[in-house]
Design a protein around this ligand. Structure first.
Ligand SMILES: C[S@@+](CC[C@H](N)C(=O)[O-])C[C@H]1O[C@@H](n2cnc3c(N)ncnc32)[C@H](O)[C@@H]1O
Length: 363
């Protein structure tokens, strides 16, 4: 027989999951608005009727009208006259919402998280199978949506913070990147290339070699570099960072939000150590997770575990043998990997960020 306590727990969870379902479904409609160019058209043209928005985006008026009504009901868009005929109503982006929905370099830009969610949903049958078989799901199976989401999620952080706050907070690295002879930087697992571009922008003498295992990510990075103002100083190529043949001599080697995804993190750290010039520094940025397992956890811990279950652990296990790290790579785990790779010390850098922690690995 249910007790009062059971019923309170039952109702609290039911309410919580209803809210989560509502949020998840609304996020998918945000994804549609992003992909179909609805938000961009509204940001550029101001208030529009459903027919005007459909015309501007090359979409169907009836679907567009339903989406506009849904967005207004959800409080994401504003509507000028609720009582007007459906076809006459004009919808617009509230001033504060434009940055979140369309400004790709804003730290408040959040539509890439919707894209990430959709890429996870697409991969769910393969993830379910991996849970049964113990296999993995390759990063390329998360498709263009996953790659672009990853690139766009971190893009504002790199373009706004990497060259102006994060690297200047490591004084000797900052000075060396500014100095002569021009510094060389290896950006390991560069993904869409935004970190490589940001470093080259911040340090006009430096050249950056980005490398990544995933061909499509490198193709995306090549396009981003080609369209940037630093194309002459950034190269990107398809390479396995764990390849013992990897050669070079770099003043800075970076791994941004990627070590926990790698099947063989120790091999990667070992070859990364081999890339360091005598005055070289190795910097790893990874998730700012707690030092030990705790449950229930805070929002950072919760979101990192969702990434782990839905993406990073299956990706890490897509090649065998695998360290099977998962997104929740705690500082102790990194220290163990670094020691096995021959690094003498792992320093936690005093760089404050809500979701990321920065480590310097001393040879
Ligand atoms: C989560 S993404 C991070 C990309 C980018 N650094 C960023 O912050 O957006 C992880 C990346 O690691 C790359 N990767 C995984 N294992 C690798 C390896 N052994 N060598 C090079 N890249 C690797 C993947 O292809 C993917 O692009």
């Amino acid at each position: 027989m249910a007790t009062d306590v059971d019923e309170t727990q039952r109702d609290a969870l039911a309410e919580r999951l209803f809210g989560a379902a509502l949020g998840a479904y609304e996020l998918m409609t945000v994804h549609l608005g992003d992909r179909l160019g609805y938000y961009r058209a509204l940001a550029e043209r101001g208030q529009l009727t459903s027919a005007e928005l459909a015309e501007a985006t090359g979409t169907d008026e009836r679907y567009t009208r339903e989406w506009l009504e849904q967005q207004a009901v959800a409080g994401i868009l504003g509507v000028d006259d609720v009582a007007a005929d459906a076809a006459e109503r004009r919808y617009g982006l509230p001033a504060g919402h434009a940055e979140v929905l369309v400004e790709r370099d804003s730290l408040a830009h959040l539509t890439p998280m919707a894209r990430y969610g959709v890429s996870f949903a697409q991969a769910l049958p393969a993830i379910e199978e991996a849970f049964r078989s113990g296999g993995g799901v390759a990063w390329e199976d998360f498709g263009a949506l996953g790659r672009e989401a990853q690139g766009d999620v971190n893009r504002p952080l790199f373009t706004s913070l990497l060259g102006s706050e994060w690297l200047p907070a490591i004084p000797d690295v900052h000075e060396r990147l500014l100095a002569d002879p021009p510094a060389r930087v290896a950006d390991v697992a560069c993904g869409a290339g935004w970190s490589s571009i940001a470093i080259a922008r911040a340090y006009p003498k430096a050249s950056v070699d980005g490398l990544d295992l995933d061909e499509e990510s490198v193709a995306l990075a090549s396009r981003n570099v080609a369209e940037s103002d630093v194309a002459g100083r950034v190269t990107v190529q398809v390479r396995d960072a764990g390849d013992p043949e990897l050669a070079g001599s770099y003043q800075l080697v970076t791994v941004f939000e990627a070590l926990h995804d790698m099947s063989r993190p120790v091999e990667v750290l070992r070859s990364l150590r081999g890339l360091l010039a005598e005055d070289g520094a190795a910097i790893v940025m990874d998730e700012r997770v707690a030092d030990a397992f705790t449950a229930p956890g805070d929002e950072i811990e919760r979101i990192m575990y969702t990434y782990s279950v839905l993406c990073c652990l299956p990706v890490g296990r897509s090649e065998q043998p695998s360290a099977a790290t998962g997104t929740v790579m705690r500082t102790d785990t990194l220290r163990r990997y670094a020691a096995e790779a021959g690094f003498a010390e792992v320093e936690v850098l005093p760089i404050e960020h809500e979701t990321f922690r920065f480590y310097r690995l001393h040879p």
